[in-house]
Design a protein around this ligand. Structure first.
Ligand code: S3P
Ligand code: PEP
Length: 417
């Protein structure tokens, strides 16, 4: 049995940073994620005048319920969609002129439903180059609040941004949502808002957020379940056992359900109160699975799929086309290059069993493509397929797990693969 320590959850770190910044008093966030996304979020907060004291194991943030401490700022959001979508909402609740920009990759990703909703709430917001994309400027003068509708079919992060800012509005928010994707991330948002003292709740398709102030909290961040998927998949693929401590039945992260997908493919899964353990079978079986709730783990499953006994079909994941890259296209491209039978439609991908030949993986600057296909390399080694699989951009893992390659190398050394 191999124990793998996984760094903190990106999504929980981002929410905790927002909530701590918006709360009255000083919050301590324990075991935050140290990566490009979370550093970008902290840097964004600092640019907006929030005080963050960063020790490696704990970050202390002084909250400001009235919003940013500066009247003008230029915030660079890097590649992080949580930063690029949550921080403009936070700034809108304050007073001042705040310009936001992001990397080329993030500039391409959609923002329109969120910026449209902020405008519906009376926020003065202008896009510089293209409607619904970064860069943008918010001329903030507080938010009164009220009722609004939101299309959350491309991203749940639009809803999370509005939920998080709701308690900072004068009257609260009632948000009626259509076509919501990634539901567990919204449940995570509501659970964390409760921990910081706000009783936002969902009734049918409407989310009610009372204007109840956040209070400062001491918050322990869970390991990242999407990151864990690569190591659980590695165990499932090679017949080994991996335990990830800190991720158990009480986890806030939907992506832990990826272990259930591995179970359906024949792996043994033990979900304890504070850990998850996966043991791989002799050979995985094929599966058809709806991954609308857990779409960050689509590349992980696609990358081990060729080694299954039957076809692997992943459905209802259109929004994976508007992530760091078009992930259905990137998975199809790389699997096809390896000689694997693969087809895709608007919102699905189907992968046939086969013997992948090693290639240089086209990462498209996407950490999940890089990490997922690094696991394919273990399948090649286990099946005695000669040659090395390489990545055209190994460094892109810095977005969520700068130490990924080292961690995987340690696993391979232990398993002699
Ligand atoms: O709210 C969050 O922290 C996230 C929500 C999901 O995005 P979508 O809602 O865009 O699917 C997920 O893919 C992303 O990595 C993190
Ligand atoms: C989609 C992702 O990130 P984000 O949307 O937060 O940039 C991800 O981490 O897979």
């Amino acid at each position: 049995m191999t124990v793998v320590q996984i760094p903190g959850s990106k999504s929980i770190t981002a929410r905790a940073l927002f909530l701590a910044a918006a709360a009255e008093g000083s919050s301590v966030l324990r075991r935050p994620l140290l990566s490009d996304d979370s550093e970008g979020f902290v840097q964004g907060l600092a640019t907006l005048g929030y005080r963050v004291d960063r020790q490696p194991e704990a970050w202390t943030i002084e909250g400001r319920p009235a919003g940013p401490a500066v009247a003008e700022a230029e915030v660079y959001c890097r590649d992080g969609a949580t930063t690029a979508r949550f921080l403009p909402a936070l700034a809108a609740a304050g007073r001042g002129t705040f310009r936001f920009d992001a990397s080329e990759q993030m500039r391409r990703r959609p923002l329109g439903p969120l910026t449209g909703a902020l405008r519906e709430l009376g926020v003065d917001l202008t896009h510089e180059l293209a409607e619904g994309h970064h860069p943008l400027t918010v001329r903030a003068d507080g938010i009164k609040g009220g009722a609004l509708t939101l299309d959350a079919g491309l991203s749940s992060q639009f809803l999370t941004a509005l939920l998080l800012v709701g308690p900072l509005t004068a009257e609260g928010l009632d948000i009626t949502v259509s076509d919501l994707v990634s539901v567990p991330y919204v449940e995570m948002t509501l659970a964390m808002m409760r921990r910081f003292g706000n009783d936002a709740r969902r009734v049918g398709d409407t989310f009610h957020v009372p204007p109840q102030p956040y209070r400062a909290t001491d918050y322990l961040i869970e390991p990242d379940a999407s990151t864990a998927s690569y190591f659980l998949a590695a165990a499932a693929l090679t017949g080994r056992t991996v335990t990830v401590p800190g991720l158990g039945s009480g986890s806030l992260q939907g992506d832990l359900r990826f272990a259930e997908v591995l179970r359906r493919m024949g792996a043994e899964v033990e979900l304890g109160t504070d850990s998850v353990t996966v043991t791989g079978p002799e050979r995985l079986s094929g599966v058809t699975v709806n991954m609308r709730d857990i779409s960050d783990t689509v590349p992980t499953l696609a990358a081990i799929a060729p080694f299954a006994e039957g076809p692997v079909r992943i459905e209802d994941v259109y929004n994976t086309r508007v992530k760091e890259c078009d992930r259905l296209a990137a998975c199809e491209q790389n699997l096809a290059a390896m000689g694997i039978g693969v087809s895709t439609g608007r919102d699905w991908i189907e992968i046939q069993p086969g013997r992948p030949t090693p290639v240089t993986v086209a990462c498209h600057g996407d950490h999940r493509i890089a990490m997922a296909f690094s696991v394919t390399a273990l399948g090649l080694a286990k099946n005695g397929i000669p040659g090395a699989l390489t990545l055209d951009d190994p460094g892109c893992v810095r977005k969520t797990f700068p130490g990924f390659h080292q961690a995987l190398a340690e696993l391979r050394a232990e398993w002699q693969l």
